[in-house]
Design a protein. Structure first.
Length: 157
């Protein structure tokens, strides 16, 4: 159920709306979801994302992929990427690339933390909801919680 957005996003909008029941019952549903999530992981985390996190944490590839989903959806990264994409030709290209790199770094560091500190036994939807709640609580306070040198760097940008 959690990966419904990934499944339905694979199909053109009109097709997804008209044939939603058939798509949800499709015999290749798991394979489609796997392909979409794997593509998203590689597109956003890079081709070595899984291997680097496996080596750094000793966790399985499946653990890394599940954690990627928690971080991606817990931080609402698809919406953030759309906002950065919308800046095409509105800001300097290098600044836009830097924004993508910062999000990629957030994804990698947070995934690594989760893999080292979370046993991952809670259901995926619960883990995502917990991260969403934590993000909402911390977001308004984030800049004030940073050390002075980090705040200054953010203010420069």
């Amino acid at each position: 159920a959690h990966f419904d957005r990934d499944l339905m996003g694979y199909f053109p909008d009109q097709m997804a709306k008209k044939y939603a029941a058939e798509i949800h019952g499709h015999r290749l549903r798991r394979e489609i979801i796997t392909r979409v999530v794997a593509n998203d992981l590689v597109n956003r985390g890079g081709p070595s994302f899984v291997n680097r996190l496996q080596e750094a944490t000793g966790r399985t590839a499946a653990d890394v992929v599940r954690t990627f989903a928690v971080v991606r959806d817990g931080f609402a990264l698809p919406a953030l990427y759309r906002e950065i994409d919308a800046l095409d030709n509105q800001i300097d290209g290098q600044v836009q690339l830097d924004l993508y790199q910062m999000v990629s770094r957030l994804m990698y560091v947070t995934s690594g933390w989760y893999l080292k500190n979370d046993a991952g036994t809670a259901p995926l939807s619960q883990r995502i909801a917990e991260l969403q709640e934590a993000r909402k609580a911390l977001e308004p306070k984030l800049v004030s919680l940073l050390p002075a040198f980090s705040r200054e760097r953010i203010e420069e940008k």
